[in-house]
Design a protein around this ligand. Structure first.
Ligand code: ARG
Length: 474
């Protein structure tokens, strides 16, 4: 017998049952479901909507159900459709008909989204924690590479030399924004929908604020129709996740390039690479490639969710059941990617000499030659032209800028003097970029110090929020 069977004269078609059931994936939220029910039933008893003794019996029953599920001692059934009705059926087995009072003043519509709010708020904390670990790994690598110079690229053409630490810290900044976005979204996740009923509220004298307190929510949805139909918090999470993995995907691409023979700038640790079944020499950056590849499903989950809510009239529609798998999948995908990235970054071998050699065999100091002339009074546009001609001459002569004699330089401008060779040295070129946010080693050290302060704040946020959501219901 279905929990909603009263109005029906025929059993549900088997295919319909399978098609409409969500138990296969929403059973993941059984703990959240039971916590929500415990808070709800406590409130029902307190408000005199059901007897205090009945509330206590139901609460005991729910705890027994939780223990059974925890022990793996239950069979989830498709005919009970979803986690909510499976749990309720189990409760009825434990306590008998009084268990039927649990659903007073509540609907699965406010129940399901309450479960998801509870679920997601915990996952977001975990994801922030993992992102902080990636940030930490980036900062640690940056610290030991404050003297490592490599070409910086634009258009994937060598542009200007930069510190490897500077390059890595760019990703630490991206991670910081990702973390801040997730932290900011948290206040919109930590809001209680329960008490909205099916859509319009309930006729029973419930106390939603008491339930919010029990479940450690910071607020209560102020409109019942919005409460049951809002999936913005999931879209927001999926969007934040998309940007986060976009950043990991860009870094993946750099690792893949840098590990190629053509660049030969880093070697990812054996533990983070795999081999080929046919080519014995191969060591492939599979983790980086897979993170780059999995970016597709994370974006897909975002577009999927946005499309589900597009044009959906208020309030609950069964379409909304499609909100879960994408969210679970994105949580799972981020967990994997972030956990692996922290290890991959901290164990990678940086080939400092190869990076340095690359900088010596290019024209990435050409801007500095122009700046040299500007410092001697030449307008920048004219200096640009002079250096362009000098570079062209070098290419024809098969030389680099540091190979030219002072006589050769003088052909292009009388302003060139012996000190030109110091100005063109890669170390000098890097350290000359001594503006806030620039690649000069003191400026990168400054960035690292700022990032370390943020790191501390991120740790504090994680600890405080883990603490904040501890429930003493179960
Ligand atoms: N399994 C459903 C979901 O995930 C629960 C809510 C069902 N509500 C309803 N009116 N059928 O959305």
């Amino acid at each position: 017998m279905k929990l909603w069977g009263g109005r029906f004269t025929k059993p549900t078609d088997k295919l319909v049952e399978e098609y409409t059931a969500s138990i296969e994936f929403d059973k993941k939220m059984w703990k959240e479901d039971i916590s929500g029910s415990l808070a709800h039933v406590k409130m029902l008893g307190r408000c005199g909507i059901i007897g205090e003794d009945e509330a206590a019996t139901i609460a005991e029953g729910l705890k027994k159900v939780a223990a059974r599920i925890d022990a793996g001692d239950v069979e989830w059934s498709i005919s009970n459709e979803d986690v909510h009705m499976n749990v309720e059926k189990m409760l009825l087995e434990e306590v008998g008909p009084v268990g039927g009072k649990l659903h007073t003043g509540r609907s699965r519509n406010d129940q399901v989204t309450t479960d998801m709010h509870l679920y997601l708020r915990a996952r977001v904390i975990e994801i922030v924690d993992l992102a902080v670990k990636v940030q930490e790994a980036l900062i640690e690598q940056a610290k030991v590479n404050l003297d490592t110079i490599l070409p910086g690229y634009t258009h994937l053409q060598r542009a200007q030399p930069v510190l490897f630490a500077h390059h890595l810290m760019a990703y630490a900044s991206m991670m910081q924004r990702d973390i801040e976005r997730l932290q900011d979204s948290w206040k919109r996740i930590n809001v209680l929908p329960l008490g909205a009923g099916a859509l319009a509220g309930t006729t029973f004298p419930i106390d939603r604020h008491f339930v919010a307190e029990q479940l450690k929510f910071d607020g209560v949805y102020i409109n019942s129709m919005d409460a049951v139909s809002d999936r913005d918090y999931i879209v927001e999470f999926l969007a934040n996740a998309s940007l986060l993995i976009a950043h990991l995907s860009r870094l993946s691409e750099e690792f893949i390039l840098w590990m190629s023979n053509e660049f030969n700038f880093v070697e990812l640790d054996d533990a983070f690479c795999t081999g080929s079944s046919i080519m014995p020499q191969k060591k492939n950056p599979d983790v980086a490639e897979l993170v780059r590849g999995k970016t597709g499903r994370v974006y897909g989950n975002l577009i999927g969710m946005l499309t589900v809510i597009k044009g959906l009239p208020l309030a609950y529609n069964k379409d909304m059941q499609e909100d879960k798998e994408g969210m679970f999948d994105t949580v799972y995908t981020l967990h994997g990617a972030l956990s692996l990235f922290a290890g991959m970054i901290s164990t990678m071998k940086v080939k400092k000499d190869n990076m340095r050699k690359a900088v010596q065999e290019d024209f990435s100091n050409a801007t500095d030659l122009a700046d040299y002339l500007v410092n001697k009074g030449m307008p920048f546009r004219q200096a640009h032209e002079v250096v362009g001609k000098t570079v062209l001459y070098c290419i024809e002569q098969n030389k680099f800028l540091l190979d030219l004699s002072l006589e050769e330089y003088k052909q292009f401008s009388e302003l060139f003097e012996e000190d030109i060779y110091v100005a063109l040295d890669p170390q000098q070129v890097v350290n000359a970029r001594d503006c806030f946010g620039g690649t000069a080693s003191n400026r990168v050290a400054e960035q690292i110090a700022i990032a370390e302060e943020l790191l501390k704040a991120n740790h504090t946020w994680v600890d405080a929020h883990i603490e904040k959501i501890q429930l003493d219901l179960l």
